[in-house]
Design a protein. Sequence first.
Length: 456
Amino acid sequence: MSRTLIDLLQESLPAEAVLTDPDVTSSYSHDMASFCDAGTPAVVVLPRTVEQVQHVMRTATELRVPVVPQGARTGLSGAANASEGCIVLSLVKMDRILEISPVDRIAVVEPGVVNATLSRAVGEHGLYYPPDPSSWEMCTIGGNIGTASGGLCCVKYGVTAEYVLGLDVVLADGRLMSTGRRTAKGVAGYDLTRLFVGSEGSLGIVVRAVLALRPEPPRQLVLAAEFPSTRAACDAICAIMAGGHVPSLLELMDRTMVKAVNALAHMGLPETTEALLLAAFDTPEPAADLAAVGALCEAAGATQVVPAEDAAESELLLQARRLSLTALEAVKGTTMIDDVCVPRSRLAEMLDGVERIGEKYGLTIGVCAHAGDGNTHPTVCFDAADADEGRRARESFDEIMALGLELGGTITGEHGVGILKKEWLAREIGPVGVEMQRAVKAAFDPHALLNPGKLF
């Protein structure tokens, strides 16, 4: 069957778009998640046009071959992992920015456009595309849409879903469907655009996106506040949000993260800190906003508050946060990055619980968090070559997700479900929710060819 599959694909695809060398195709088998099974693809296809994507899906439907869409494979849930014998449909070659309109404040892009490339391109027009996942220099817009990505600025600007106005989608049978709009307003029919955002390629293949843009804000200024406990830092976070402040960034690092960053980069962060809070404002008068937030931090027990005076100092302070996950990888070599989001009011309970779980399993678990969203990233460090340590890492990961649900949260704030968390999705949404989601899947993909084995 594989020969028939390859022959049919090559009928309407250039030779360089169809990869069959096992040494090459195996490199497309998985994303960056730990503990997620991956199969061996039968073929990898790199289309450059919508028509080529349609041909792939028609061929897949005719032969009943599963299709796994991929972007840059920077995901952390196994959502881009290959199924055995599948077509991997890599969209990285569809990387054109088709339009930037300062009047309509939109960009029209193909799915392979890298997030940072788009951000810089719209910046030349005085515009701003806010979603900024930490992998923004590598990740693609299509991948961001598939996993409903977030980022550091979500506390003020929101997640990817809030910037996707319309989509062109190739369905499982090869038909092309357009959803949404390019206007500022529009409420015609069901919101199918939102349905595709976060669907992890399980409903259709996004081949074009209309994205909302904002005017470029002023350069942000950053404040760093050191706290004697994570609870004190969380009290400050609650006071900041309850006080009506709208920071462009509000990030937390626990003592494990701070020590790891110091060990890696020798940044001179205070080793005595139990929690480091970073707050930023991109308002016309950021210094005044930082002063107000600094006072709230001091009232909550901060032992030191350091506001940056300019953009260079701000960038230096943010560098510690950006290095945190890389720094933790140096602790043990392998990490599992969780993505549990809880109500802001329960953030202290979440961090205290994660500390207890780390002690229970004898593991180093560092936490950084998009604190303004309540979106925590507990990161379990372990030796992948040690079977017992790997088991404890997985069990601790599951306990962290259970804790998040107990606190009224969700199993994923921005990384998606993929393979890693699909059993937990069922626990979160319940049997009726699973039934309805499967019904939606069946309506769009009756033969279950698109990214099988993901979500549920």
